[in-house]
Design a protein around this ligand. Structure first.
Ligand code: F6P
Length: 365
Protein backbone atom coordinates (compact mmCIF):
# COMPACT_ATOMS: atom_id res chain seq x y z
CA UNK A 1 0.00 0.00 0.00
CA UNK A 2 1.30 3.48 -0.82
CA UNK A 3 1.60 5.68 2.24
CA UNK A 4 0.94 8.98 0.47
CA UNK A 5 -2.15 11.04 1.25
CA UNK A 6 -3.75 8.37 3.40
CA UNK A 7 -7.22 8.84 4.82
CA UNK A 8 -7.62 7.41 8.31
CA UNK A 9 -10.82 6.99 10.28
CA UNK A 10 -10.80 6.69 14.07
CA UNK A 11 -13.57 5.64 16.43
CA UNK A 12 -13.83 5.42 20.22
CA UNK A 13 -16.24 2.74 21.42
CA UNK A 14 -17.50 1.27 24.71
CA UNK A 15 -17.25 2.96 28.08
CA UNK A 16 -15.08 6.07 27.95
CA UNK A 17 -11.72 6.19 29.71
CA UNK A 18 -9.43 9.08 30.61
CA UNK A 19 -6.75 9.29 27.92
CA UNK A 20 -9.00 8.82 24.86
CA UNK A 21 -8.45 12.40 23.76
CA UNK A 22 -4.69 11.98 24.11
CA UNK A 23 -4.92 9.07 21.63
CA UNK A 24 -7.03 11.10 19.19
CA UNK A 25 -4.60 14.03 19.37
CA UNK A 26 -1.56 11.83 18.83
CA UNK A 27 -3.18 10.11 15.83
CA UNK A 28 -4.14 13.43 14.25
CA UNK A 29 -0.73 15.05 14.78
CA UNK A 30 1.30 11.99 13.72
CA UNK A 31 -0.91 11.57 10.63
CA UNK A 32 -0.69 15.27 9.79
CA UNK A 33 3.09 15.06 9.94
CA UNK A 34 2.87 12.46 7.16
CA UNK A 35 0.43 14.57 5.14
CA UNK A 36 -2.50 12.24 5.94
CA UNK A 37 -6.09 13.12 6.83
CA UNK A 38 -7.95 11.85 9.89
CA UNK A 39 -11.72 11.55 10.25
CA UNK A 40 -13.51 10.83 13.52
CA UNK A 41 -16.47 8.46 13.50
CA UNK A 42 -18.89 9.87 16.05
CA UNK A 43 -20.25 7.55 18.75
CA UNK A 44 -18.40 4.38 17.92
CA UNK A 45 -19.43 2.99 14.55
CA UNK A 46 -22.25 5.55 14.04
CA UNK A 47 -20.11 7.67 11.72
CA UNK A 48 -19.42 4.62 9.59
CA UNK A 49 -23.14 3.85 9.34
CA UNK A 50 -24.14 7.44 8.61
CA UNK A 51 -21.33 9.42 7.01
CA UNK A 52 -22.93 12.70 8.12
CA UNK A 53 -21.53 11.70 11.49
CA UNK A 54 -17.95 11.71 10.30
CA UNK A 55 -15.88 14.70 11.33
CA UNK A 56 -12.66 15.80 9.66
CA UNK A 57 -10.13 16.20 12.46
CA UNK A 58 -7.65 18.92 11.59
CA UNK A 59 -4.73 19.56 13.96
CA UNK A 60 -6.52 22.70 15.17
CA UNK A 61 -9.37 20.49 16.42
CA UNK A 62 -7.09 18.64 18.82
CA UNK A 63 -4.98 21.40 20.32
CA UNK A 64 -5.13 21.18 24.12
CA UNK A 65 -7.40 18.13 24.28
CA UNK A 66 -4.75 15.91 25.91
CA UNK A 67 -5.85 17.15 29.32
CA UNK A 68 -9.57 16.53 28.76
CA UNK A 69 -11.43 13.47 30.02
CA UNK A 70 -14.06 11.79 27.83
CA UNK A 71 -13.74 11.70 24.04
CA UNK A 72 -14.33 14.58 21.63
CA UNK A 73 -15.90 12.20 19.09
CA UNK A 74 -18.28 10.51 21.54
CA UNK A 75 -18.75 6.84 22.30
CA UNK A 76 -21.43 4.24 22.90
CA UNK A 77 -21.64 0.71 24.19
CA UNK A 78 -24.59 -0.01 21.91
CA UNK A 79 -24.54 -0.11 18.13
CA UNK A 80 -22.50 -3.16 17.15
CA UNK A 81 -23.04 -3.16 13.33
CA UNK A 82 -23.01 -6.98 13.33
CA UNK A 83 -25.88 -7.08 15.85
CA UNK A 84 -27.60 -3.76 15.38
CA UNK A 85 -30.91 -3.01 17.11
CA UNK A 86 -33.41 -1.83 14.47
CA UNK A 87 -36.74 -0.43 15.67
CA UNK A 88 -39.73 -1.10 13.38
CA UNK A 89 -42.70 1.28 12.83
CA UNK A 90 -44.59 -0.68 15.50
CA UNK A 91 -41.78 -0.15 18.02
CA UNK A 92 -40.56 -3.73 17.85
CA UNK A 93 -36.77 -4.07 18.16
CA UNK A 94 -35.02 -6.65 16.00
CA UNK A 95 -31.30 -7.35 15.76
CA UNK A 96 -29.77 -7.11 12.25
CA UNK A 97 -26.32 -7.45 10.72
CA UNK A 98 -25.69 -4.14 8.94
CA UNK A 99 -21.89 -4.50 8.79
CA UNK A 100 -21.97 -4.33 4.97
CA UNK A 101 -23.06 -0.69 5.26
CA UNK A 102 -19.90 0.06 7.24
CA UNK A 103 -17.76 -1.65 4.60
CA UNK A 104 -19.52 0.24 1.79
CA UNK A 105 -19.03 3.59 3.52
CA UNK A 106 -15.39 2.80 4.28
CA UNK A 107 -14.74 2.18 0.58
CA UNK A 108 -16.97 5.03 -0.63
CA UNK A 109 -15.09 7.50 1.60
CA UNK A 110 -11.78 6.17 0.20
CA UNK A 111 -10.46 5.40 3.64
CA UNK A 112 -7.17 3.52 3.87
CA UNK A 113 -7.18 2.45 7.52
CA UNK A 114 -9.45 2.25 10.54
CA UNK A 115 -8.21 2.88 14.09
CA UNK A 116 -10.58 1.35 16.65
CA UNK A 117 -9.96 2.58 20.18
CA UNK A 118 -11.86 0.35 22.56
CA UNK A 119 -12.15 -2.47 25.03
CA UNK A 120 -12.79 -6.14 24.32
CA UNK A 121 -16.24 -5.48 22.80
CA UNK A 122 -15.19 -2.75 20.36
CA UNK A 123 -11.97 -4.53 19.44
CA UNK A 124 -13.78 -7.83 18.79
CA UNK A 125 -16.01 -5.92 16.35
CA UNK A 126 -12.90 -4.35 14.76
CA UNK A 127 -11.37 -7.80 14.36
CA UNK A 128 -14.52 -8.98 12.54
CA UNK A 129 -14.21 -6.01 10.16
CA UNK A 130 -10.57 -6.96 9.57
CA UNK A 131 -11.90 -10.38 8.56
CA UNK A 132 -14.07 -8.62 5.96
CA UNK A 133 -10.99 -6.94 4.52
CA UNK A 134 -10.84 -3.64 6.38
CA UNK A 135 -7.29 -2.54 7.33
CA UNK A 136 -7.76 -2.21 11.08
CA UNK A 137 -5.50 -1.24 13.99
CA UNK A 138 -6.81 -1.55 17.55
CA UNK A 139 -5.86 0.66 20.48
CA UNK A 140 -6.61 -0.88 23.90
CA UNK A 141 -8.76 1.22 26.20
CA UNK A 142 -10.50 0.34 29.43
CA UNK A 143 -10.28 1.50 33.00
CA UNK A 144 -10.81 -2.16 33.94
CA UNK A 145 -7.38 -3.13 32.44
CA UNK A 146 -8.78 -6.53 31.44
CA UNK A 147 -7.43 -6.69 27.87
CA UNK A 148 -4.80 -9.31 27.12
CA UNK A 149 -1.54 -8.63 25.36
CA UNK A 150 -0.81 -5.24 26.89
CA UNK A 151 0.67 -4.77 30.34
CA UNK A 152 -1.78 -1.96 31.01
CA UNK A 153 -4.51 0.00 29.25
CA UNK A 154 -4.82 3.76 29.59
CA UNK A 155 -7.58 4.97 31.89
CA UNK A 156 -6.88 2.62 34.76
CA UNK A 157 -4.31 4.87 36.39
CA UNK A 158 -6.71 7.83 36.54
CA UNK A 159 -9.49 5.58 37.85
CA UNK A 160 -7.17 4.31 40.59
CA UNK A 161 -6.15 7.83 41.59
CA UNK A 162 -9.82 8.81 41.93
CA UNK A 163 -10.62 5.64 43.88
CA UNK A 164 -7.64 6.00 46.21
CA UNK A 165 -8.54 9.62 46.97
CA UNK A 166 -12.08 8.50 47.79
CA UNK A 167 -10.78 5.81 50.16
CA UNK A 168 -8.55 8.36 51.90
CA UNK A 169 -11.56 10.61 52.48
CA UNK A 170 -13.73 7.75 53.69
CA UNK A 171 -11.11 6.63 56.22
CA UNK A 172 -11.37 9.88 58.18
CA UNK A 173 -15.15 9.71 58.52
CA UNK A 174 -15.04 5.93 59.12
CA UNK A 175 -12.59 6.55 61.98
CA UNK A 176 -14.65 9.35 63.56
CA UNK A 177 -17.78 7.19 63.61
CA UNK A 178 -16.09 3.82 64.18
CA UNK A 179 -17.88 2.55 61.11
CA UNK A 180 -17.37 -0.03 58.42
CA UNK A 181 -17.47 1.42 54.91
CA UNK A 182 -17.99 -0.88 51.93
CA UNK A 183 -16.87 0.79 48.70
CA UNK A 184 -17.90 -0.54 45.29
CA UNK A 185 -15.37 0.12 42.53
CA UNK A 186 -15.54 -0.71 38.82
CA UNK A 187 -14.11 -3.97 37.54
CA UNK A 188 -16.52 -6.16 35.65
CA UNK A 189 -14.37 -9.25 35.14
CA UNK A 190 -11.06 -8.17 36.65
CA UNK A 191 -10.18 -6.68 40.00
CA UNK A 192 -7.28 -4.44 39.01
CA UNK A 193 -8.86 -1.18 40.18
CA UNK A 194 -10.14 -2.67 43.43
CA UNK A 195 -6.87 -4.42 44.26
CA UNK A 196 -4.50 -1.60 43.40
CA UNK A 197 -6.61 1.23 44.85
CA UNK A 198 -7.56 -0.87 47.86
CA UNK A 199 -3.94 -1.62 48.67
CA UNK A 200 -2.81 1.96 48.03
CA UNK A 201 -5.72 3.27 50.12
CA UNK A 202 -5.14 0.95 53.09
CA UNK A 203 -8.28 -1.19 52.77
CA UNK A 204 -8.79 -3.99 55.30
CA UNK A 205 -10.55 -6.30 52.84
CA UNK A 206 -10.55 -6.35 49.03
CA UNK A 207 -12.98 -8.52 47.08
CA UNK A 208 -12.26 -9.10 43.40
CA UNK A 209 -13.92 -11.19 40.67
CA UNK A 210 -10.93 -13.54 40.47
CA UNK A 211 -11.39 -14.75 44.08
CA UNK A 212 -14.93 -15.83 45.08
CA UNK A 213 -15.43 -14.51 48.61
CA UNK A 214 -16.84 -16.02 51.79
CA UNK A 215 -18.66 -13.22 53.61
CA UNK A 216 -17.92 -14.88 56.96
CA UNK A 217 -14.20 -14.49 56.32
CA UNK A 218 -14.71 -10.78 55.74
CA UNK A 219 -16.82 -10.49 58.91
CA UNK A 220 -14.14 -12.34 60.91
CA UNK A 221 -11.51 -9.90 59.64
CA UNK A 222 -13.62 -6.94 60.80
CA UNK A 223 -14.19 -8.50 64.23
CA UNK A 224 -10.44 -9.22 64.50
CA UNK A 225 -9.42 -5.64 63.82
CA UNK A 226 -12.13 -4.46 66.22
CA UNK A 227 -10.59 -6.58 68.97
CA UNK A 228 -7.13 -5.25 68.09
CA UNK A 229 -8.40 -1.73 68.79
CA UNK A 230 -8.96 -0.37 65.29
CA UNK A 231 -12.66 0.32 65.40
CA UNK A 232 -13.24 1.23 61.77
CA UNK A 233 -12.72 -0.69 58.55
CA UNK A 234 -12.72 -0.18 54.81
CA UNK A 235 -13.90 -2.98 52.55
CA UNK A 236 -13.32 -2.50 48.83
CA UNK A 237 -15.41 -4.61 46.48
CA UNK A 238 -15.17 -4.79 42.71
CA UNK A 239 -18.57 -4.57 41.01
CA UNK A 240 -18.01 -8.01 39.46
CA UNK A 241 -16.97 -9.80 42.67
CA UNK A 242 -18.88 -13.02 43.42
CA UNK A 243 -19.69 -14.79 46.67
CA UNK A 244 -18.68 -18.46 46.93
CA UNK A 245 -22.34 -19.44 46.89
CA UNK A 246 -23.77 -17.08 44.29
CA UNK A 247 -23.37 -15.04 41.13
CA UNK A 248 -22.71 -11.43 40.17
CA UNK A 249 -24.98 -8.67 41.42
CA UNK A 250 -26.74 -7.05 38.48
CA UNK A 251 -29.12 -4.15 37.95
CA UNK A 252 -31.49 -5.99 35.65
CA UNK A 253 -31.55 -7.55 32.23
CA UNK A 254 -29.31 -6.59 29.31
CA UNK A 255 -30.60 -3.90 26.96
CA UNK A 256 -31.11 -4.38 23.21
CA UNK A 257 -27.87 -3.81 21.32
CA UNK A 258 -25.79 -3.78 24.50
CA UNK A 259 -23.48 -6.71 25.00
CA UNK A 260 -23.18 -6.61 28.78
CA UNK A 261 -25.65 -6.56 31.65
CA UNK A 262 -25.37 -3.57 33.97
CA UNK A 263 -23.67 -4.54 37.22
CA UNK A 264 -24.23 -2.85 40.55
CA UNK A 265 -25.47 -3.33 44.07
CA UNK A 266 -22.80 -5.58 45.51
CA UNK A 267 -21.56 -3.00 48.04
CA UNK A 268 -25.05 -2.64 49.48
CA UNK A 269 -25.40 -6.41 49.72
CA UNK A 270 -22.00 -6.87 51.38
CA UNK A 271 -22.66 -3.98 53.79
CA UNK A 272 -26.01 -5.47 54.83
CA UNK A 273 -24.47 -8.87 55.48
CA UNK A 274 -21.51 -7.41 57.39
CA UNK A 275 -23.84 -5.42 59.63
CA UNK A 276 -25.77 -8.58 60.41
CA UNK A 277 -22.64 -10.65 61.06
CA UNK A 278 -20.60 -8.09 63.03
CA UNK A 279 -23.19 -5.77 64.54
CA UNK A 280 -21.00 -2.84 63.43
CA UNK A 281 -22.43 0.39 62.11
CA UNK A 282 -21.96 -0.10 58.36
CA UNK A 283 -22.39 2.14 55.31
CA UNK A 284 -21.84 1.57 51.62
CA UNK A 285 -20.79 3.76 48.74
CA UNK A 286 -20.74 3.16 44.98
CA UNK A 287 -18.06 5.26 43.30
CA UNK A 288 -19.43 4.43 39.84
CA UNK A 289 -18.70 6.62 36.85
CA UNK A 290 -16.63 9.11 38.85
CA UNK A 291 -13.85 6.61 38.14
CA UNK A 292 -14.19 7.15 34.39
CA UNK A 293 -14.30 10.93 34.52
CA UNK A 294 -11.92 13.82 34.88
CA UNK A 295 -8.58 14.81 33.50
CA UNK A 296 -6.24 11.90 32.76
CA UNK A 297 -3.13 11.45 34.88
CA UNK A 298 0.30 12.03 33.37
CA UNK A 299 0.59 8.25 32.99
CA UNK A 300 -2.65 7.89 31.02
CA UNK A 301 -1.94 10.92 28.83
CA UNK A 302 1.51 9.62 27.99
CA UNK A 303 0.33 6.06 27.34
CA UNK A 304 -2.56 7.29 25.18
CA UNK A 305 -0.16 9.54 23.26
CA UNK A 306 2.32 6.68 22.73
CA UNK A 307 -0.47 4.35 21.62
CA UNK A 308 -1.88 6.90 19.15
CA UNK A 309 1.49 7.64 17.56
CA UNK A 310 2.30 3.90 17.41
CA UNK A 311 -1.02 3.18 15.66
CA UNK A 312 -0.03 5.65 12.91
CA UNK A 313 3.43 4.06 12.59
CA UNK A 314 1.86 0.60 12.32
CA UNK A 315 -0.44 1.83 9.53
CA UNK A 316 2.66 3.09 7.72
CA UNK A 317 4.24 -0.33 8.18
CA UNK A 318 1.08 -2.12 6.97
CA UNK A 319 0.62 -4.05 10.25
CA UNK A 320 -3.14 -4.57 10.12
CA UNK A 321 -5.54 -6.67 12.17
CA UNK A 322 -3.27 -5.89 15.11
CA UNK A 323 -3.47 -4.00 18.37
CA UNK A 324 -0.89 -1.66 19.86
CA UNK A 325 0.30 -3.00 23.19
CA UNK A 326 2.59 -1.87 25.98
CA UNK A 327 5.42 -4.30 26.64
CA UNK A 328 7.88 -2.06 28.52
CA UNK A 329 10.00 -0.41 27.37
CA UNK A 330 8.36 -0.71 23.95
CA UNK A 331 4.94 -0.30 22.38
CA UNK A 332 4.57 -3.20 19.99
CA UNK A 333 1.93 -4.64 17.71
CA UNK A 334 0.20 -7.94 18.54
CA UNK A 335 -2.53 -9.84 16.63
CA UNK A 336 -5.97 -8.45 17.47
CA UNK A 337 -7.22 -12.02 17.73
CA UNK A 338 -4.83 -12.68 20.63
CA UNK A 339 -5.92 -9.57 22.49
CA UNK A 340 -9.65 -10.34 22.35
CA UNK A 341 -9.49 -14.11 22.78
CA UNK A 342 -9.19 -14.04 26.58
CA UNK A 343 -9.65 -11.66 29.47
CA UNK A 344 -6.67 -10.51 31.53
CA UNK A 345 -7.44 -11.00 35.19
CA UNK A 346 -5.28 -10.22 38.18
CA UNK A 347 -2.68 -13.03 38.44
CA UNK A 348 -3.33 -14.83 41.69
CA UNK A 349 0.32 -15.82 42.00
CA UNK A 350 1.49 -12.24 41.36
CA UNK A 351 3.33 -9.93 43.69
CA UNK A 352 0.37 -7.62 44.33
CA UNK A 353 -1.87 -10.40 45.62
CA UNK A 354 1.02 -11.71 47.69
CA UNK A 355 1.57 -8.21 49.09
CA UNK A 356 -2.08 -8.07 50.16
CA UNK A 357 -1.71 -11.42 51.89
CA UNK A 358 1.55 -10.36 53.58
CA UNK A 359 -0.28 -7.33 54.98
CA UNK A 360 -3.16 -9.54 56.22
CA UNK A 361 -5.61 -7.82 53.91
CA UNK A 362 -8.66 -10.11 53.68
CA UNK A 363 -9.30 -11.25 50.09
CA UNK A 364 -12.40 -13.15 51.10
CA UNK A 365 -10.85 -16.62 50.79
O1 F6P B 1 -15.76 -1.47 31.06
C1 F6P B 1 -15.65 -0.37 31.83
C2 F6P B 1 -16.84 -0.23 32.74
O2 F6P B 1 -16.59 0.94 33.46
C3 F6P B 1 -17.13 -1.41 33.65
O3 F6P B 1 -16.31 -1.48 34.76
C4 F6P B 1 -18.56 -1.19 34.00
O4 F6P B 1 -19.21 -2.39 34.33
C5 F6P B 1 -19.12 -0.63 32.73
O5 F6P B 1 -18.05 -0.03 32.05
C6 F6P B 1 -20.24 0.36 32.97
O6 F6P B 1 -20.78 0.72 31.76
P1 F6P B 1 -21.89 1.85 31.60
O7 F6P B 1 -21.17 3.15 31.44
O8 F6P B 1 -22.61 1.48 30.37
O9 F6P B 1 -22.75 1.86 32.81
Amino acid sequence: MTTNNLRIVISTGGGDAPGLNAVIRAVVLAADKRGWHVFGSRNGYQGMLDTNQLVHLEPSAVYGIEELGGTIIGTTNKGNPFEYPVTSMTGEVTISDISSRVMENFNRMHFNAFIAVGGDGSLSIAHRFAGLGMPVIGVPKTIDNDLSGTVITFGMDTACVTATEALDKLKTTAKSHERVFVVELMGRYAGWIALESGLAGGADAILIPEIPYDIRKVADKILDIDVSGKKHAIVVVAEGAVPIDGGRTTKGESEAGRQEVVLGGIAERVARQLKELTGKDTRHLVLGHLQRGGSPTRFDRLLGTRFGAAAVRFIEQGKFDTMVALDPPVVKSIPLADAVSRMKGVPLDGDTIQTARDLSVCLGD
